[in-house]
Design a protein around this ligand. Structure first.
Ligand SMILES: *Cc1c(COP(=O)(O)O)cnc(C)c1O
Length: 403
């Protein structure tokens, strides 16, 4: 198994049977151009140097690892460590791939980057990278989401991006994807479509993984320096799967390191009340790639839900599907209530307010830590900070936590 991971995906963009490129012919050509451009810059020293510079001097990398001693003590078992992606500029891991994607778009001579956004996190990270690198930026967003996530709309506008309201269909993420896609197809020569996770047609799952892999690369060195060993367990939440792949990638060949991807089981395991694509879904094709997904008989996405809006996607990056099938990574679930408990626990005992997405990973660590000896180490990817979630959490759940 040893060298097999570094060669994935294959030249067609497959991780085993997952991934690929299921798109209309006109898009096939543009994606091939992006693939070729990426293959070129991937090994280009000046590109890597520029990206490393931005990671360090702009985004604030390397993000530290913190030993959460009080939380570990309270759990009464394994030692819990946090990779602090919440400390990055803009407050999450998304800046890692947005800087890479916008830099690539610029090298390709594109004038504009576009994307859809649901809660606005990807939109803000992309608008930030676009402002920095002097690119136009259009963000498509359902008008219902725009109202719900108003502070992020304001942020994007301050950063100089154009936020385009999508007023058709469900007026949420699903229709924003279609609107952004149409805009892209109308002018693929000047536009770069920046996908926000390790999903979509080849080369995006590979490219976004590579840009995020800085997380695991740093963590592997930092953890060994701190403890003299590799972590025993890695834990990360999985929406599309980019922060998880970013951490896991550097450890895939370390057979002794166990890995857990945490999906949201939301309110229940009933249809429409969760977004556990790997746990409860089946292989299928949607949004241009093959993966596990939550899909009806006709291939339409099923309704999904999670208290963490960054996790409610009905599919998942194809590499995760592959890693599930070969049993290299185990995929587990955490529900809304467990995530909310973890959100308050980490805030109150460590002084770190996590994003609701990241709180899912913390919740799983809190579940397994008590079952393990004190010598076992767990490393969580703390993908983002919770500032964006505080108002919602206090309004909906504050009562039970003395607020
Ligand atoms: C968007 C987001 C996620 C989910 O995306 P992945 O691609 O699964 O990493 C997780 N955490 C935070 C803080 C996010 O903003």
């Amino acid at each position: 198994m040893s060298s097999s991971f570094s060669r994935l995906p294959d030249t067609q963009g497959y991780f085993g049977e997952y991934g690929g490129r299921y798109v209309p012919p006109q898009l096939e050509k543009v994606l091939q151009e992006i693939t070729e451009a990426y293959e070129k810059i991937r090994n280009d020293e000046s590109f890597q140097k520029e990206l490393d510079y931005l990671y360090k001097q702009y985004a604030g990398r390397p993000s530290p690892i913190f030993h959460a001693k009080t939380l570990s003590e309270r759990c009464g078992g394994a030692q819990i460590y946090l990779k602090r992606e919440d400390l990055n500029h803009t407050g999450a891991h998304k800046i890692n791939h947005c800087l890479g994607e916008v830099l690539l778009a610029k090298r390709m001579g594109k004038k504009k980057v576009i994307a859809e956004t649901g809660a606005g996190q990807h939109g803000v990270a992309l608008a930030t990278a676009a402002a920095l690198l002097n690119m136009e930026c259009d963000i498509y967003m359902g008008d219902i989401d725009m109202e719900k996530e108003h502070p992020n709309v304001t942020r994007m506008r301050i950063l100089g991006a154009k936020v385009i309201p999508v007023v058709r269909g469900t007026r949420t993420l699903k229709d924003a994807v279609d609107a952004a896609f149409e805009a892209y197809l109308a002018d693929p020569e000047t536009i770069f479509y920046a996908i926000g996770s390790v999903v979509g047609p080849h080369p995006f799952p590979m490219m976004v993984r590579d840009f995020q892999s800085i997380v695991g690369k740093e963590a592997r060195e930092q953890f060994q320096e701190m403890t003299g060993k590799l972590p025993d367990y890695l834990i990360a939440c999985v929406g599309g799967g980019s922060n998880a792949m970013g951490l896991f990638n550097a450890f895939l060949e370390d057979k002794e390191v166990r890995m857990y991807g945490v999906e949201p089981s939301g309110l229940s395991l009933n249809e429409g009340e969760h977004a556990a694509s790997l746990t409860l879904g089946k292989p299928g094709v949607m949004h241009g790639f093959k993966s596990y997904m939550l899909q009806d008989e006709e291939g339409n996405p099923l309704r999904v839900y999670s208290v963490a809006s960054g996790l409610d996607y009905p599919s998942v990056g194809p590499q995760h599907s592959f890693l599930k099938d070969i049993k290299r990574v185990e995929y587990v679930t955490v529900n809304d209530q467990e995530a909310i408990d973890a959100f308050f626990e980490l805030s109150r005992v460590e002084g770190i307010i996590p994003a609701l997405e990241s709180a899912h990973a913390v919740a799983y660590a809190m579940k397994v830590a008590p079952t393990l000896p004190k010598t076992t180490t767990l490393l969580i990817n703390l993908s983002g900070r919770g500032d964006k979630d505080i108002e919602f959490v206090v309004n909906k759940y504050g009562k039970n936590y003395g607020l």
